[in-house]
Design a protein around this ligand. Structure first.
Ligand code: ZN
Length: 298
């Protein structure tokens, strides 16, 4: 009797442990929250656990992970990078420790654009430890529905390897997501058709892929990672007049006072646009509506 009791106790103790280990989902790290949305769309929210490195109040260009975050990342299953300079630094750091973690570039097969401007300035993502031409490449690939399709395909390729018994659902999820992205693209393509070559003036130059896709021209207040100089602001003032620009598109996390001052100098109204929306479908959609409204007034 005694031994049966012991056996029962052992079974009872082990039950929750067994149940818990069956619930352990593979952890997937991404750099920005828009990528988390892509993973969740393809995987379905209950098949993986997605963690985002760059929090909602930090800028990807200024972010660097803490040692604790780097350790947690190293214990994950997949890290979908996006092409920001800090990623390369931590991947190099982790190189000797990458037994389990698989690092995958979610932007693979996307042709990176370089920062370009009619105002003849370059935008650099300011990272002191980095030099050379990679600074000129625009990392904001997720703000184009066609790029997001490529990112979703790259995600799908990895997830089918990770979750081989979920092939069917993954394929279904992917196709549903791609269809929605196509719908947004076609809708926006006709929305912006009357505005070919028109300029949108933004604070941080995050909308280059979006602008390129619909033949718009992005100009920015931030030049080489810094606010434009007085001389550069004069050039921008002239452009604002010439092109009858009415709005300045600004990220929610920027310093409001500084933004208001510049908008006042330029005679523009401040319009908030989030360049890193979690829900990319809604984010791209509302971004399109916002730019369309602004262009309609120009
Ligand atoms: Zn940025």
């Amino acid at each position: 009797m005694k031994s049966i009791c012991y056996a029962l106790i052992i079974v009872l103790i082990q039950l929750p442990i067994l149940r818990a280990s069956a619930n352990v989902l593979p952890t997937i790290y991404v750099t920005v929250s828009s990528q988390a949305y892509i993973v969740n769309q393809v995987a379905g929210e209950k098949n993986v656990r997605v963690k985002v490195l760059v929090g909602p109040n930090s800028s990807p260009e200024a972010y660097f992970p803490t040692p604790k975050e780097i350790y947690q990342l190293s214990t994950a299953t997949i890290f979908f990078s996006i092409g920001l300079p800090f990623e390369k630094i931590i991947i190099d750091k982790l190189r000797n420790n990458l037994k389990k973690l698989k690092v995958v570039d979610m932007a693979d097969n996307i042709k990176h654009r370089k920062f370009k401007s009619k105002l003849k300035h370059h935008h650099h993502h300011h990272h002191g430890s980095h030099s050379g031409s990679e600074h000129l490449f625009d990392p904001h690939v997720w703000l184009s529905p066609l790029n997001v399709k490529t990112m979703a395909l790259n995600t799908y390729t990895q997830l089918t390897k990770l979750l081989p018994n979920k092939q069917k659902i993954l394929k279904h999820n992917l196709e549903t997501f791609l269809k929605k992205l196509d719908e947004i693209y076609l809708k926006q393509k006709s929305l912006f058709r009357p505005f070919q070559g028109s300029t949108i003036l933004v604070f941080h130059p995050a909308y280059g892929y979006f602008s390129d896709l619909y033949n718009l021209q992005q100009e920015s207040i931030e030049i080489e990672g810094k606010v434009a100089t007085a001389k550069q602001l004069l050039t921008i003032t002239k452009m604002v007049k010439d092109k009858k620009i009415k709005a300045l598109y600004v990220e929610p996390m920027l310093d409001k006072k500084m933004v208001q001052n510049i908008a006042k100098i330029l005679g523009l109204s401040v319009v908030i646009v989030n360049p890193i929306p979690y829900n990319l479908l809604e984010g791209l959609e509302s971004m399109g509506q916002t730019f369309y409204k602004g262009l309609s007034k120009q």
